[in-house]
Design a protein around this ligand. Structure first.
Ligand SMILES: Cc1cc2nc3c(=O)[nH]c(=O)nc-3n(C[C@H](O)[C@H](O)[C@H](O)COP(=O)(O)OP(=O)(O)OC[C@H]3O[C@@H](n4cnc5c(N)ncnc54)[C@H](O)[C@@H]3O)c2cc1C
Length: 431
């Protein structure tokens, strides 16, 4: 490592780690900043993996997070295939899988999240796919070109994006969702209903209240799956075996279905083992304060892996913008700044011609106001104490950007004006 006033190490080549490394270098240009990733490539954007990459419209390499010149152009050293095995806090050293020991003055942990595996369908089981990395996306894309029927387990954002991409590729898709409706974690019922209708229009067979209770790999890479309705563990869907190496299941109603491959999209969990092994405070994620500092003042953390102080208590977020924004602050603070991280969270999802977005911190008991819009467009606001606290929309990107500013600036609003499509939201910002 070159001689410099300060050595800053960042672990994790996702958006949180990349923005942390770039921000640290900007904050302290004299520092030696090294970004360590266990992947073998320049950090890339994950959102296209379930959308444009599967459709063959973009490649991950087309969108490096650090911009066209990549990390190196920003005077940060990128170490690929550099898996960190342990952190020696007394020695202030990171130990890599290959045995190297790298010293640090300040460290940022941005190890992201890991897919939540279904024990019945573990990663590595033949014909079973999880989607988290570029390598996963390539494997799935290849499998989709050979399969004609895809079974998606999980009606959340990633499962539904994969379902939409596969349907657009002309593949028959069945989605199993254990809850009575899709997108229960992120969307209100009306928005979810519009998304559900779009899937049904595209021929996706959506089975609600239906999950897998057991699955077994048979000979020749075959899988047998046993399903249930969402109600407890009473199986009302049972395995009938496999047909020609495809997955076969049958409803108790007698209806049967077979699939060539399974994609499991059942959520993620924080990748906090490295931090836990170093004895840092953990609570389903690495615990940080508002300055992104862990229980060790020399170690910061950001992105999917952290639990941080939100306005309604400690919270963990899994979305791109949070990772980018919090990463930037963690990096600057690692390089000597003292900035607090406060955010208005947001997510987006693209399915068919629907651009679905949510913004804000929902508050229990808030008033829901809808703005009637033509076609599939949706815009709904949650109002509490005369201010917008959250909003949900479909195909209203410009409006949602204005709503974000209304929330950030805590602008007092009039519910009747929000419900009136003739009243521009941007004008409300000027009040
Ligand atoms: C398929 C997909 C689609 C998505 N679509 C959207 C979307 O449309 N909108 C949205 O808002 N969000 C989306 N997300 C979520 C968003 O991408 C994540 O919230 C974001 O990537 C989190 O960033 P992060 O840097 O915290 O973690 P990650 O992106 O998970 O990055 C963590 C990095 O750390 C590396 N790492 C882990 N452990 C080690 C170690 N021990 N040593 C070295 N390196 C290590 C990992 O390999 C990885 O490179 C999507 C995610 C996926 C997987």
């Amino acid at each position: 490592m070159q001689d410099a006033s300060r050595h800053i190490l960042v672990i994790g080549g996702g958006p949180a780690g990349t923005f942390a490394a770039l921000a640290a270098k900007t904050q302290d240009p004299a520092a030696a900043v090294v970004l360590l990733t266990d992947e073998s490539c320049e950090p890339y954007e994950k959102p296209p993996l379930s959308k444009g990459v599967l459709l063959g419209k973009v490649r991950p390499a087309d969108a490096p997070i650090a911009g066209p010149g990549g990390i190196a152009a920003r005077e940060v050293v990128l170490e690929v295939r550099a898996r960190c095995r342990a952190i020696d806090r007394e020695e202030k050293t990171v130990i890599l899988e290959d045995g190297r020991r790298l010293p640090y003055d300040a460290l940022v942990i941005a190890t992201g999240s890991l897919v939540r595996e279904l024990p019945q369908l573990p990663a590595g089981m033949p014909r079973v796919h999880y989607l988290r990395t570029e390598a996963d996306a390539h494997a799935l894309k290849g499998a989709l070109t050979h399969g004609s029927h895809l079974l998606v387990v999980g009606g959340g954002l990633i499962g539904l994006e994969v379902a939409a991409s596969a349907a657009e590729l002309g593949i028959r898709v069945t989605v199993l969702e254990i809850a009575p409706r899709i997108l229960a974690r992120v969307c209100d019922e009306e928005t979810a209903g519009i998304v559900e209708a779009a899937h049904r229009r595209h021929g996706v067979d959506l089975r609600l209240g239906c999950g897998i209770v057991s699955a077994a790999a048979g000979v020749d890479g075959r899988i047998a799956v046993r399903l249930t309705s969402g109600e407890g563990l009473t199986a009302d869907l049972v395995v009938v075996g496999t047909v020609d190496g495809r997955i076969a299941v049958r409803l108790t109603s007698g209806e049967g279905l077979t699939a060539d491959l399974v994609v499991v999209g059942t959520g993620a969990r924080p990748n906090d083992q490295l931090a836990a092994g170093a004895g840092l405070a953990i609570d389903d994620g690495v615990v940080v304060d508002e300055y992104c500092r862990t229980s060790d003042p020399a170690i910061f953390a950001a992105g999917d892996v952290v639990r941080f102080p939100g306005p309604h208590g400690p919270v963990r977020l899994e979305n791109w913008r949070h990772a980018q924004d919090q990463g930037g602050i963690a990096g600057r603070n690692a390089a000597g700044a003292r900035e607090a991280y406060r955010t208005v969270p947001s997510f987006w999802s693209e399915q068919y011609d629907l651009y679905i977005q949510g913004v804000g911190w929902p508050v229990a008991g808030s008033e829901r106001v809808r703005r009637p819009l033509p076609g599939h467009a949706v815009l709904a606001f949650d109002i509490s104490e005369g201010r917008v606290v959250a909003a949900m929309g479909i195909n209203v990107q410009r409006d949602l950007a204005a709503v974000r500013r209304l929330i950030e600036r805590r602008v007092p609003v009039d519910a009747a004006a929000l419900a009136d499509p003739a009243q521009p939201l941007a004008a409300m910002l000027k009040r």
